[in-house]
Structure formats: C-alpha cells, structure tokens
Ligand binder design. Structure first.
Ligand code: UDX
Length: 455
C-alpha cells in the first residue's frame, strides 16, 4: 500500500484551463480533488489579465500571460481562440519539458474540452490526455448531434426530440443554435470538442450520474465518460477538504461586506441576483429587473459587475438602500450557502446552476445566451428546483414578472414544492461527491487507471 501511495504521489497531472471564470472554477476544483486522492497536480492557466489567487496547499497554480490581438480580451472572438492556441502551442511543450527536468514528469494533461487541440500536443510529447467538459451532458449532446449533422441549423421545427433529452422547444436549445450569425467561431469551437472524442484517453463531465442519467446513458453508448461533479469546494458539500472554502482563482475582486449584511437578515428572506462573469443584460432589461426587485419589497443582494453598473437606473441604489445591496463581485458560494438566502435569480450558467442546486437554493431562471436556456429548462421542468421567468413580446422579463416569480418562490405554494425538490437535489449532490459516492468513485477509478497506465 505504501509503495502504491508513493507511486500515486509521483504521478503528475497537469490541468490546463481555458481563461474564463466559468471554466477556471470547475477545473481548479477538479484539480484539488485529484490532489486529495494523492496525485501531484499543477493547474496551468493561460491568462489575459490579472488572476487574484488564494494560495492552495494542495495544488500548484501557474499562469502564462498572452495578449489577444483583439480590441478587448473577450473570449468569444475568433482571433481570441487562435491567439490562445498559438500561445499554448508555443509554451506548453517547454513547460512540460521543464517538469521532466525538475524531476516531476507529467503523466497526463487534463484540458478544457474547448481546447481539443491540446490532445495533439500531448500525443506528440507521449503524454496521456483527458478532456474536461465544463457544460452539462445535455447541452454537449445537442452540440454532438449538430456536429454529426443529425440536427440541422436553422432548426425549422418548433421543438426537437433527441435521444436522452426531454422534448426541447427551439428557444430551449443553446442560443448559438438559433443565433448563428453572432458567434460562428464559438459554434465551431463547441463542435471541435468532439473532434477527438473517441481517441482521447478519458472524458470528464462536471455533472453527477443521477442528475443527468438519461443523457449520460445515451452518451455512454458512444464511449466511456466519467461524471465527477459537482465541482464545488467541499466545505460546502462532501466535507472531504475541510479548509476548501473558495475555488481560489478569481478574475474579479470580491466584495466581502455582503456576508455581514446577510448575517443581519432572517433565514430565507434574501433574493440573490447574479449573472455570472460574462452575460451582459441590455439597459432596458436591467431597468425592469431593478424595479421588479423593488416592487417585490424583498431584501436583495445583486452582483452588478463594474462594466455593467452604468446600466442601473440612476436613482436605484439610493432608492432601495434599505432593502438592497449591490456589489461588483462576491464569493458566490459563500452567499448561496448563507441561510439568509432564499432564492437565486440566475442566468443559468452551468456552474451557477450546479451551485444553486447543490446548495439547495430555489432558482428563478433568466437565461441570457449560450447553454443557459437549456439549463433553465432542466431547472424548471426536469429537476423542478425553480421557475423560468417568462419573456414578453419585447424579449424582456418585465418588472411585474420579476415580482411574481419572487413572490411565487418566497411565499407562494409553488415555493414549498420547489424547496422540497431543492432539498432532495442538495442531498443527492452531496452523496455523489462524498466518499464512495458516484463522482468520488469515478475519480478513484481515474487515479487507478492513470497510475496503471503510467507505471
Ligand atoms: C460561462 C457559461 O455561462 C457556463 O454555462 C459555461 O459552462 C462556462 O462559461 P459564466 O457565464 O461566467 O460561465 O457563468 P457560470 O457558469 O455560472 O460561472 C460563474 C462562476 O463565477 C460561478 O462559479 C460563480 O460562483 C462565480 N461567481 C459569480 C462568483 O464567484 N462571484 C460572483 O459575484 C459571480
């Protein structure tokens, strides 16, 4: 056993993240879980701007800066992907050679599935490769069908029926499917996730077996995949790593005052509003949301990133200061885990979806783009842990609708049902990552397979 532990501790995994918050978070957490199993783990982030790091005792975090040749560092432009690929191709072989020189050769590269070409680099260097998908299996299955030509763009029928998935109305498909003009490069990156799907040594999904059972069974008919999520710091679920409180790498700085503010509020009385790291609401939508929060007469904590602040109605913060707090960024997990929070208005990014579900917070889904409309469908109709806010003929969620949804969750009859389901899913998420749970076992299997492969 001691010998085996020594072999495991010398097996070095390099985790390479895509430079966006919604990708760094699950990958850093997966890296920590691998380290918890005894592997030596380095997280490498190719980065365009500053990364605020909380040092981790279990993994090493390294960054390599690169400058995208675009007028901003937004990662949805084609040139961004190309610059990233150029930078990784230029730097990764040298980085790996240095690990060998330092006596810690890399046995496996775990890379974000949006960077599928990393496998070619791994193969050239004789290193094993594992692809980590940061979105749900359901959403990835839709991209798989598109890539295989089994679902055609533009989708002409009002709804689609795909194996392992519930019937989806067109607006419940990922936005790139019906809005192809805006980000064609993103769609091609999403297709490319499957370019070496069958060849790569391991495939990981940030989900858990029971959460997406049918979609997973279908995908497992194509090849073996491992569900290892939800990748949530274990002080909140699973409790394996006692001091693991935050993901640990933030592109934006947190405003921690909000925890003191939450401490003064009653259990379940606060609506938390957050649209993740990238979604940008239109000014009209911001206004409707703002006045909807005010009309609900409920306490609210709203994350409005610095770049979005100018869209708030000019007198809003002053007018609502007795009920609301607006912050530029917070430790979202700490907020969601706080007993004062009774409802989460979310854009349904996959991390936020998993966080709300795993911490048992009922959700109001306000999807904006990309995978979020499909996640919203699952929140409202499959797991039944929230409601989807209705969009009016102008494409907006009106202030009346915001008020209605909040009341439905906080005081309405439907809220009780949703809270029951939320508690159920919270327990199931916890079971999956706890010792011996399905996700924990998948990680154990990977460690065993990797060690066997490397020795
Ligand atoms: C995006 C996509 O929406 C997502 O579906 C995809 O899988 C990854 O890229 P993003 O839009 O940023 O991510 O949303 P989300 O997936 O929810 O990730 C945001 C992360 O930032 C979450 O882990 C959340 O906890 C964190 N966050 C958000 C904070 O820590 N503080 C905040 O104030 C807001």
């Amino acid at each position: 056993m001691a010998d085996n532990q020594e072999i495991v501790s010398k097996t070095h995994v390099l985790v390479v993240s895509f430079p966006a918050q919604g990708h760094i978070n699950p990958l850093i957490q997966f890296a920590k879980r691998l380290a918890f199993k005894g592997l030596k783990v380095t997280l490498l982030v190719f980065i365009t701007n500053e990364l605020h790091q909380i040092p981790s005792s279990s993994i090493r975090v390294e960054t390599i800066s690169f400058t995208p040749q675009t007028d901003n560092s937004n990662c949805i432009h084609g040139s961004f992907f190309k610059n990233l690929q150029d930078s990784v191709s230029a730097n990764l072989p040298e980085f790996i050679a240095k690990q060998t020189k330092d006596g810690s050769p890399v046995s496996c590269i775990v890379y974000d599935s949006a960077m599928s070409w990393v496998l070619d680099i791994a193969r050239e260097l004789g290193v094993a490769g594992a692809s980590f998908f940061t979105q749900s299996i359901a959403v990835c299955a839709i991209y798989y069908h598109l890539n295989e030509g089994k679902l055609k763009i533009p989708v002409e029928q009002p709804s689609v029926s795909l194996p392992g998935l519930p019937e989806l109305d067109t607006y419940e498909l990922p936005s790139f499917v019906y809005n192809t003009k805006d980000y064609p490069q993103v769609l091609s990156v999403l297709y490319s996730q499957f370019s070496n799907f069958r060849e790569v040594d391991w495939i990981f999904f940030n989900t858990f077996n029971i959460l997406e059972e049918e979609a997973m069974n279908w995908m497992r008919s194509l090849r073996e995949i491992k569900a290892i999520g939800p990748t949530i710091p274990s002080v909140y679920i699973g409790k394996q790593l006692e001091d693991d409180k935050d993901y640990g790498c933030n592109l934006l700085k947190s405003n921690n005052d909000c925890i003191g503010w939450l401490n003064s509020k009653e259990t379940g009385s606060v609506v938390f509003v957050s649209f993740g790291s990238a979604a940008a609401l239109g000014e009209e939508q911001m206004t409707e949301l703002a006045w909807g929060l005010k009309r609900s007469n409920t306490y609210f904590l709203w994350v409005v990133r610095e770049t979005e602040e100018k869209k708030l109605p000019s007198n809003f913060v002053e007018e609502t200061s007795e009920k609301g707090l607006v912050v530029q960024w917070c430790l979202q997990l700490e907020v969601l885990a706080h007993k004062a929070v009774g409802c989460f208005i979310t854009h349904c990014g996959w991390n936020s979806t998993l966080e709300g579900l795993s911490l048992g917070v009922p959700m109001i889904a306000m999807p904006q783009w990309t995978d979020q409309s499909t996640n919203a469908k699952f929140i409202a109709d499959v797991w039944k842990v929230g409601v989807r806010a209705k969009v009016d003929e102008k494409g907006l969620v009106s202030k009346e609708e915001v008020e209605l949804c909040i009341k439905e969750i906080i005081v309405g009859e439907k809220g009780n049902e949703i809270r029951k389901n939320s508690d159920k899913w919270k327990k199931l998420a916890e079971e999956a990552v706890d010792t011996g749970g399905s996700s924990d076992k998948s990680i154990d299997e990977f460690v065993k397979e990797l060690v066997n492969k490397s020795s």
